[in-house]
Design a protein. Structure first.
Ligand SMILES: Nc1ncnc2c1ncn2[C@@H]1O[C@H](COP(=O)(O)OP(=O)(O)OP(=O)(O)O)[C@@H](O)[C@H]1O
Ligand SMILES: Nc1ncnc2c1ncn2[C@@H]1O[C@H](COP(=O)(O)OP(=O)(O)OP(=O)(O)O)[C@@H](O)[C@H]1O
Ligand code: SF4
Ligand code: SF4
Ligand SMILES: [Mg+2]
Ligand SMILES: [Mg+2]
Lengths: 338, 290, 327
C-alpha cells in the first residue's frame, strides 16, 4: 500500500533496508546470533529537503545512515539515490558515486586526520575521486573555506589548532567539496557548546538554501530537529515507528513512543510546560538481539493491549505525510494516549 | 562575521610539536647526543684511529693505558680501542637493520590484520602467536646453526623472533584508528584501500611503533651480544658481543677485556632507551599540554 | 540561616601560563530544600565551583585563594581534610559528569552502595544490604532485589546514573551536587532522573545544585540560577524572571541561541541568534574588564577597560553588566 508521491522530486528512496551485525552470545557454548541494528526500514527524502532521524541511543540511527552511504554493508534492501541503485554499485562505479553522498560527523576531534593541514583535509575527496585539476582544486578549496566562514590563512593550520566549532566547519567544507547531492549529518552539533551549535546550525541552513542541498539529519535533540527538518522519522530498536512531516509530527504525534519523547523534552516555555503532560515510559528497551515478537515498544507502552504482544504493527500511511506503526492508531489519526 | 577573532598562529604540525616536546626532555636529549657520538665513533673512528682490529699489536693482556694502548689488549694481543670502534659499527648495524626488519614485517602483518579483519586477521594473528611463543634464543640459535653465522643470518634471526610485538601494536592501533571518523570520511570519499592503509591510518599509528622500533635497536644489540657470547657469530667481524664472547674464559684474570665492551653495550642500550622514553612522551598526545 | 553561604570565593589554578582565577569573586546562598542551577558554556568554571565546595580541587593545581564557604555556619575553607571527608560522606554528595566511569567495575552495585552505608552510617552488613535494595527501589531500578547483584557493565547508561544517585543518596545528604547528571543520557531517561531529583528535594528537604548547560532543564528543575561566564557570575536570580527578562547579554544569548520546543509550532524558522566566538582561555580570566566584551554586540570602551560591578534589581535579579539597566 504505497502512497502516491511525485517520484521525480525524491532524491533518496530507501526500501526495506536491513543491517545486521554478528554477535557472540553466551560464554561457553556460544551460538551465532545477529543483532538487527536496522530492521526493514523504508523512507525517502525530497530533493532540497531535510529528513531528521530521531530516537534513543542504540536505536540504529547511525547504522542506517552508514548503510545508506555504504560505509557498513546492508544485509538487504534498496537505496535509490537519483538514478543510482546505490547498494548494487561495485568497485570503480561505487567509488565514483561516493561523490554524491557525503558525511558530517559528530565528534569534531575524531573526524579530522590530525596529520593533514586543513586545506589537505578539504581537498582529500577531490584528490581521491580525481575531480578537477590541482589549480581548480585550490580555487574550490578557497571558495569552500570562505563559504563555511573560515579565513584563507587558516588553510595551512593543523586540526589541533582549531576550536571544536571551527573543526566542524572544516568537516562541513570537506563534505561540500565533491558537490554532493545528499549530505548525512550525524549529530553534527551534539558535541559542541550551545553558542557554537547555533553558529553551525545557521551555517547548515544557509548552505542548504544557497546550494539546494538535501540533508539526512540525525539528532537526539528534538529542539534542533524541529528547527532543521522538513520531515522526521522516529526510530525505536531498529524500526521506524513514525514518519511524518514536521507539522504532523510535532503537532500531532501519534505513536506513543513519539509522544513520550516529545513530552520528555524540557522547555523554557512556561506555556508548553503547563500544557504538556509527561508520558512516563518506565524500564528499558528489551534485548535487541532477541526482540519480542509483537510491538517492540509493548513492554513500556502505557496503552499496550494484548494484540500488541502478538502481532507486530506495520508502518501504515494515514495520510500522504504521516505514517505510523501502532495497532491503536486508527484512520482518524488520533493518538491512542488521548 | 566575527567568528575568528582569535589570533592565528603559524601552522604547527603534530610532528613539530612532538619534536619541541622532545627537545625539552633533557634525559632524552642526552641519550640522543651519546647515541650520535657512538654512531660517529663507529663510522669515522676507524679512519682516525687506524689499525686492524684483528692484528696482534702488543703482548696479550696488557691492562689499559700500557704502552699507549688506551684500553689495553685482549688475549691475542689485539688493540681493544680498535676492536671497540670496529665493533660499534657492527653492533649498531645489526641493531638498526634488525629493527628495520622487525618493523617491516611487523607493520605489514599488523596492518593487514588490523585493516582487513575477518579471516585475514585470524590467519595472520595465529602466525604471529606462533612466532611469539617460540623460545627466542633457541630458535635463533637453530637458524644460525643451520644457515651459518653470517651477519645477514644473525640479523634475520633477530628480526624473525622480534616482529610479533610490533605486529600486535600495529594491529591494535589499526583496529582503533580504522573506526575513527576521519577514516570513515576518507572511505566516504572513495579513498582506495592501499591509500587508506599507508597514507591515512599508518601515519597516525606510527608513534607507538616508532618507540617500539627505537627500543628494538637496543634489544637487538643485546641479542646479538648474547648469540656472540655463545659463540654463534661470524668470527671474521668484530662486534661488542663477540669481544666479550671470545675473552670470556679470561674474565677473572683480565676482567677489563669483558668489562669494556660490556660498558659500551650498556651505555648504548641505555642511551637508546632514554631516547625511546623521550619519543614516547613526546609522541603521546595525552602527556602533551598541561 | 541558609544551609550554604559562599562569600567572595576565589579559586586559583596554577597552569603553565601562570596563576589564573578560575572562580573570581563568587557569592551565593542556598537554603534547605532549594534547587539552584549553574549554567554556562564549557570551561566557565561550573565544575570547579562544585569541586571547591566539596574540597576536591585538583591537587597542587587548584586552591582556594580567598573567600568563605559556610556550610551550616562552619567555614569549609578552614576545615581539616578529615573534617571535609566527613562532610563529603554525610552532608554533601556529588554526582559526577561521567556516569560510565564513576562506578567500580569489579564490585556489584549492591556492594558499592552497601559499602558507603557501612562506612558512613555504621550499619551492619545485613542492614546495609537491605537499605541498598530500598535505595535502588527509590531511584526506580526495576526489580531491585535481583539487580542489586548486577555489575555496572550489566546496566544501561541511565541505570548506572541512577545507581550513582542512589550512592549519593545513601547517606541522606543535606546538599546534593549534580554535575551535568544527564548529559550522556536520552531525553526520556533524563526526564526520569529529573523527576527523581525533584521528588527527592520535596520529600527529604535535600538542597540540590544542578550544573547544566541546558536552559530547558534549568527552567524545569530550578528555582534560582547562576549564569557563569569565564569564572565570574554574569547573572543570577529567580529562573522564571531571568528567562522572561535576562539582564545580561550572555544570558540572553544562551537562551536564544538554542531552538526550543515551544507550545505552538511556528512555521517560519528565523536564524538562531549567534553568540560569536568562544569562551576565552583561562589565562585571560583575571583581567579588569568584562570578559564577555569580545563576543558582546553592545560592548564599548568602558566594557573593555573596567570589570562591571554587580547591579541588583528589586526582583532579586543581579547582573554584572555595565548596561544591565538598559536591557
Ligand atoms: N560494528 C558493530 N558491531 C556490532 N554491533 C553494532 C555495531 N555498530 C552498532 N552496533 C549496535 O547496533 C545498534 C545500533 O547502533 P547505532 O550506533 O546505529 O545507534 P544510534 O541510534 O546511532 O545510537 P547513538 O544515539 O548512541 O549514536 C546498537 O545496539 C549498537 O550496539
Ligand atoms: N586539572 C586542571 N588543570 C588545569 N586547568 C583546569 C583543570 N581542570 C579544569 N581546568 C580549567 O578550568 C576552567 C574551568 O573548568 P571547569 O571544569 O570548571 O569548566 P565547566 O564549566 O565545568 O565546563 P564543562 O561544561 O566542560 O564541564 C577551564 O578553563 C579548564 O580548562
Ligand atoms: S502497538 Fe501497542 S504497544 Fe505498540 S505502541 Fe501501539 S499501543 Fe503501544
Ligand atoms: S559589560 Fe559591556 S561587554 Fe560586558 S556584557 Fe555588558 S555590555 Fe556586554
Ligand atoms: Mg549514533
Ligand atoms: Mg564541568
Amino acid at each position: 500500500m504505497r502512497e502516491e508521491t511525485n517520484n521525480s522530486a525524491e532524491l533518496l528512496n530507501v526500501e526495506n533496508l536491513t543491517v545486521r551485525f554478528p554477535v557472540k552470545r553466551g560464554g561457553f557454548l556460544s551460538r551465532k546470533a545477529y543483532l538487527y541494528a536496522v530492521d526493514d526500514i523504508s523512507f525517502s527524502i525530497k530533493r532540497g529537503e531535510t529528513l531528521a532521524i530521531v530516537g534513543e541511543s542504540g536505536s540504529g540511527k547511525t547504522t542506517a545512515a552508514l548503510a545508506v552511504a555504504r560505509l557498513v554493508n546492508a544485509f538487504k534492501g534498496k537505496v535509490q539515490l537519483g538514478e543510482h541503485n546505490f547498494l548494487e554499485l561495485q568497485d570503480e562505479a561505487l567509488r565514483k558515486a561516493r561523490a554524491k553522498v557525503q558525511f558530517i560527523f559528530q565528534d569534531p576531534y575524531a573526524s579530522l586526520n590530525p596529520r593533514l593541514r586543513a586545506e589537505a583535509i578539504v581537498r582529500e575527496p577531490l584528490d581521491s575521486l580525481g575531480i578537477a585539476s590541482p589549480q581548480e582544486q585550490q580555487v574550490r578549496v578557497n571558495e569552500l573555506f570562505k563559504s563555511v566562514g573560515l579565513r584563507p590563512e587558516q588553510q595551512r593550520l593543523f586540526p589541533h589548532q582549531f576550536s571544536g566549532g571551527q573543526r566542524q566547519r572544516i568537516g562541513i567544507a570537506r563534505a561540500l567539496s565533491t558537490q554532493p547531492e545528499l549530505i548525512i549529518c550525524d549529530e553534527p552539533v551534539s558535541a559542541l557548546d550551545v553558542a557554537v551549535q547555533a553558529q553551525i546550525l545557521n551555517l547548515l541552513r544557509r548552505l542548504q538554501s544557497e546550494m539546494g542541498l538535501t540533508y539526512l539529519f540525525i539528532s537526539h535533540d528534538l529542539g534542533v530537529v524541529q528547527h532543521m527538518c522538513d520531515s522526521v522519522a522516529v526510530m525505536y530498536m531498529g524500526k521506524i515507528v513514525e514518519h511524518a512531516s514536521r507539522k504532523d509530527l510535532f503537532n500531532n504525534p501519534l505513536h506513543p513512543y513519539t509522544s513520550a519523547l516529545l513530552s520528555a523534552v524540557p522547555s523554557v516555555d512556561k506555556k508548553r510546560r503547563a500544557e504538556t503532560k509527561r508520558i512516563l515510559i518506565p524500564g528499558d528497551p528489551p534485548d535487541p538481539i532477541d526482540p519480542p515478537k509483537g510491538c517492540r515498544f509493548a513492554n513500556r507502552c502505557p496503552v499496550a493491549r494484548s494484540i500488541c504482544k502478538e502481532k507486530e504493527p506495520p508502518l501504515r500511511a494515514l495520510s500522504s505525510t504521516h505514517k505510523v506503526a501502532c495497532h491503536l492508531v486508527d484512520e482518524k489519526a488520533k493518538s491512542p494516549l488521548l | 562575521m566575527s567568528l575568528n577573532q582569535e589570533p592565528i598562529d603559524v601552522a604547527r604540525s603534530p610532528f613539530s610539536e612532538a619534536m619541541e616536546m622532545f627537545r625539552k626532555n633533557h634525559a632524552a636529549v642526552a641519550g640522543l647526543v651519546i647515541l650520535i657520538l657512538i654512531v660517529l665513533g663507529g663510522i669515522f673512528g676507524p679512519f682516525i684511529y687506524q689499525g686492524d682490529p684483528f692484528e696482534m699489536v702488543w703482548a696479550p693482556f696488557s691492562p689499559p693505558g700500557e704502552e699507549g694502548y688506551l684500553l689495553g689488549t685482549d688475549y691475542l694481543g689485539r688493540d681493544l680501542v680498535s676492536m671497540i670502534l670496529h665493533g660499534a659499527r657492527v653492533s649498531i648495524a645489526i641493531g638498526v637493520s634488525a629493527a628495520f626488519l622487525t618493523v617491516f614485517i611487523g607493520i605489514t602483518v599488523g596492518a593487514l590484520a588490523g585493516y582487513y579483519k575477518g579471516w585475514v586477521e585470524e590467519i595472520l594473528m595465529r602466525v604471529t602467536e606462533f612466532f611469539q611463543v617460540l623460545p627466542t634464543l633457541l630458535f635463533s640459535m637453530v637458524i644460525v646453526a643451520l644457515f651459518g653465522a653470517s651477519l645477514p643470518m644473525i640479523t634475520l634471526a633477530i628480526g624473525l623472533v622480534s616482529w610479533p610485538a610490533v605486529a600486535r601494536i600495529t594491529r591494535s592501533e589499526f583496529l582503533r584508528i580504522r573506526e575513527l571518523e576521519y577514516v570513515m570520511a576518507a572511505r566516504a570519499s572513495g579513498v582506495r584501500n592501499w591509500k587508506l592503509i599507508f597514507k591515512v591510518i599508518l601515519p597516525n599509528a606510527l608513534p607507538p611503533i616508532i618507540v617500539q622500533a627505537a627500543l628494538m635497536v637496543g634489544s637487538a644489540i643485546l641479542f646479538e651480544a648474547g648469540l656472540s657470547f655463545l659463540g654463534l657469530t661470524d668470527p671474521n667481524v668484530v662486534s661488542w658481543g663477540q669481544i666479550i664472547g671470545s675473552n670470556r674464559q679470561y674474565i677473572l684474570d683480565a676482567s677489563y677485556t669483558v668489562t669494556i665492551p660490556g660498558v659500551a653495550i650498556f651505555i648504548t642500550v641505555l642511551a637508546i632507551s632514554l631516547v625511546g622514553d623521550g619519543l614516547n612522551d613526546a609522541l603521546n598526545p595525552k602527556l602533551r599540554q598541561r | 540561616m541558609s544551609l550554604l553561604k559562599i562569600e567572595n570565593l576565589r579559586i586559583e589554578l596554577t597552569t603553565r601560563d601562570g596563576i589564573a582565577p578560575v572562580i573570581d569573586d563568587l557569592s551565593l546562598e542556598l537554603g534547605a530544600g532549594e534547587t539552584l542551577s549553574f549554567v554556562g558554556e564549557s570551561g566557565c568554571g561550573k565544575s570547579m565551583t562544585a569541586l571547591g565546595i566539596m574540597g576536591l580541587l585538583p591537587d597542587k593545581i587548584g586552591r582556594i585563594a580567598s573567600g568563605t564557604i559556610l556550610f551550616d555556619g562552619e567555614d569549609l575553607t578552614q576545615a581539616s581534610d578529615a573534617r571535609l571527608r566527613e562532610i563529603r560522606g554525610n552532608d554533601i554528595s556529588m554526582i559526577f559528569q561521567e556516569p560510565m566511569t564513576s562506578l567500580n567495575p569489579v564490585y556489584t552495585i549492591g556492594e558499592q552502595i552497601a559499602e558507603v552505608l557501612r562506612r558512613h552510617q555504621n550499619l551492619s552488613t545485613a542492614a546495609a544490604w537491605a537499605k541498598a535494595i530500598d535505595l535502588l527501589d527509590a531511584v526506580r531500578i526495576p526489580n531491585p532485589k535481583a539487580r542489586v547483584n548486577d555489575y555496572p557493565h550489566q546496566m544501561s547508561g541511565g541505570q548506572r546514573q541512577r545507581v550513582m544517585i542512589a550512592i549519593a543518596l545513601a547517606c541522606e545528604p543535606k546538599i546534593l551536587i549534580a554535575d551535568e547528571p544527564t548529559t550522556a543520557l536520552d531525553v526520556t531517561v533524563q526526564a526520569q532522573i529529573f523527576d527523581l531529583l525533584r521528588d527527592l528535594g520535596r520529600q527529604t528537604g535535600t538542597a540540590i545544585i544542578l550544573i547544566t548547560h541546558d536552559m530547558g532543564a534549568v527552567a524545569e528543575m530550578a528555582e534560582r540560577m547562576i549564569v557563569m561566564y569565564a569564572g565570574r557570575k554574569a547573572e543570577d536570580g529567580p529562573v522564571d524572571q531571568i528567562i522572561e527578562h535576562p539582564r545580561h547579554p550572555y544570558t540572553k544569548g544562551l537562551i536564544s541561541c538554542v531552538p526550543h520546543l515551544m507550545a505552538s509550532l511556528s512555521n517560519d524558522r528565523p536564524e538562531l541568534v549567534e553568540v560569536p566566538g568562544i569562551v576565552p582561555s583561562l589565562k585571560s580570566f583575571g583581567r579588569d574588564e568584562c570578559l564577555f566584551a569580545s563576543r558582546c554586540d553592545r560592548a564599548d570602551e568602558k566594557c573593555r577597560t573596567q570589570r562591571p560591578p554587580e547591579m541588583s534589581f528589586e526582583n532579586n535579579q543581579n547582573s554584572a553588566c555595565w548596561q544591565a539597566g538598559d536591557l
